[in-house]
Design a binder for this molecule. Structure first.
Ligand SMILES: [Zn+2]
Length: 220
């Protein structure tokens, strides 16, 4: 029997809660562009993970919710949208023909993030993961072009799939309202103390910027 949306959301929140104690603040430089999946996400605001929560904490949850939407839309498409399904099957076959697919099979905490670090001015990379992936993509022939009738029909089915995705997204938001308390309790337990410690450390280092030998926070 297929699991209800409530069960899927609840299990995804459970999985995220099991992961959360392993979260640590990023020590590398932050991303320049905001994440398109998390920035302004209604799913994240429904569950109370606002802009004051670090992106790494948000991303694992928004990705798990996106996976639920994707699976529901895939099911709906296979039942109701034959042209879109045929197009997706062709694209999937083309993707499988690529020899290098670094963006596939990642953990939810990493899925959908840039594959390479931000470039540093004056220090170009010898190669990038995304560059290698692009080369591998170019080595596979493009799909044959569609007629204009086929394009119009496909566009209509894509619109229906989008509507369905939005409907599932709204249902997920409604379900997530019931998980707010346990999500926020977990953030208070596992995330906020680390942020406070980081801020305290920053304040200490700003207080004594020119005295590297003296640590004012050290017990002696
Ligand atoms: Zn994100």
């Amino acid at each position: 029997m297929e699991r209800s949306l409530e069960t899927q959301v609840s299990q995804a929140v459970d999985a995220w809660l099991r992961w959360l104690p392993r979260w640590q603040p990023a020590t590398h430089r932050g991303r320049v562009a905001p994440c398109r999946r998390c920035f302004g996400s209604p799913v994240l605001s429904a569950v109370g993970l606002g802009a004051d929560v670090p992106h790494g904490v948000q991303h694992g949850l928004s990705t798990r919710m996106k996976a639920i939407v994707d699976a529901a839309v895939a099911e709906y498409t296979s039942r109701n949208l034959p042209m879109l399904q045929a197009e997706l099957d062709q694209q999937a076959a083309r993707n499988r023909a690529r020899t290098y697919r670094p963006a596939e099979g990642l953990e939810p905490e990493f899925e959908g993030l840039p594959l390479d670090p931000e470039p540093v001015a004056g220090a170009p990379f010898l190669f990038t993961i995304s560059g290698l992936a692009q080369e591998s993509d170019q080595a596979v022939p493009d799909l044959p072009p569609l007629s204009s009738e086929a394009k119009a029909a496909l566009r209509q089915e894509v619109g229906l799939a989008d509507d369905y995705a939005n409907m599932i997204g709204r249902e997920i938001c409604a379900v997530l309202l019931h998980h707010r308390l346990r999500v926020q309790a977990a953030v208070a337990q596992h995330v906020e103390p680390q942020i406070e410690a980081m801020l305290a450390e920053l304040t200490r280092s700003l207080d004594a910027p020119f005295e590297p030998g003296i640590d004012p926070g050290r017990e002696s």
